[in-house]
Design a protein around this ligand. Sequence first.
Ligand SMILES: NC(=O)c1ccc[n+]([C@@H]2O[C@H](COP(=O)([O-])OP(=O)(O)OC[C@H]3O[C@@H](n4cnc5c(N)ncnc54)[C@H](O)[C@@H]3O)[C@@H](O)[C@H]2O)c1
Length: 375
Amino acid sequence: MSTQTATQVALIGCGFAADYYVTTMANHPELSIGGVCDRDGERAKVFSSHHGLPLYRCVEELLAQDDIKVVVNLTSPESHFDVSRTAMLAGKHVYSEKPLAMTAAEGAELVRLSEERELVLSVAPCNLLGETAQTVWRAVRRGDIGRPQLVYASMDDGAIHRMRFRTWRSPSGAPWPYRSEFSTGCVLEHSGYHLNLLIAMFGQVTRVSSFATNVVRNVPQVDSAAPDFVSGCLHFDSGVVARLTCSIVAPADHSLLVVGDEGALTTRDAWDFGSPVHLRRDVLPERRRLSEPVPYPLVRECDFAHRYRGSHVMDFSRGVAEVAHAAAEGRPSRLPARHALHALEVMLAMMDGGERQFAGIGLDAIEPMPWAMEE
Ligand SMILES: NC(=O)c1ccc[n+]([C@@H]2O[C@H](COP(=O)([O-])OP(=O)(O)OC[C@H]3O[C@@H](n4cnc5c(N)ncnc54)[C@H](O)[C@@H]3O)[C@@H](O)[C@H]2O)c1
């Protein structure tokens, strides 16, 4: 696609995360931002003038623009359902920040609507489309660790409650929404960085056994904090078992270990699209002794030009591009809505603690991107 025929996307929600999207949209010349809006008119004005983007006064006015094909829903989690629903009712494809919705019933309604209207609906995070995740996925599919058996996945964000989070601002000046972050919680906010890849690789989760609690008792000015330490064991239909831990207490650790019956794969940071991957192979199978880790080459160089500052080595807009490409090619998105719904059910079960079984929902298996499977 050339820039002349760029797909117009609109950003609804001009808060802290919206700057990530404007920055990384430049990695995708086939996309252009045709408009922005926010229910906070002042915030929308500041954001649109900071970035020089067309401003719409309300969601309805923006959605009435025929040229806008994809809505990027960057609103607060409790608005995701309404905004995604309204956008699809107006005929727009949707890429939503996570979570899909705040309840499984609302999530199911969005999936139903997308299927009924033949619209693409995908949900962040999109690190699944990154070079690191695609490399791990390819190695698993090629049998480089034999039959996958066990996963340890960590999503510890560091002791955020002890940081100066009230002073954090995005480049366009939006404050970090700490009340929303703490009340939504680390599972809904961040477990998807691992969960999306695990569901894509191993399919449906049939049972969740989880422990959830609040280790940090008092975060000033936050009334209802979600669990800040959650560790869940996920049993996949395919036989794989995964331990997925999320916290905002332990030092930052976003690592992933995938163990098979002939070896193991590791990567240090699931957030980083280009985090190196290492392979350990069985050298003495009868004693389960593994070789030292050796680098497993990334399927391609991770060199997108437009990056966000700080700790985020992510191409946030790659998921938006995937929605636009899937819509243009009339194919399913590599971030399927049904997977996002299943991820939401699993996350909610993890936050509740205890045991939850899931009946078969017939998730389609998906494969890595074609570029990742080339020899
Ligand atoms: N904060 C981060 O570092 C970060 C990083 C990646 C992703 N995210 C995700 O991005 C999303 C937004 O997070 P944020 O940090 O930008 O939050 P934020 O509170 O800073 O921004 C959300 C914006 O959405 C607007 N909004 C809410 N409901 C709306 C509605 N119904 N119609 C129009 N505008 C509405 C609010 O006025 C606000 O300006 C969340 O889903 C979050 O999980 C956040």
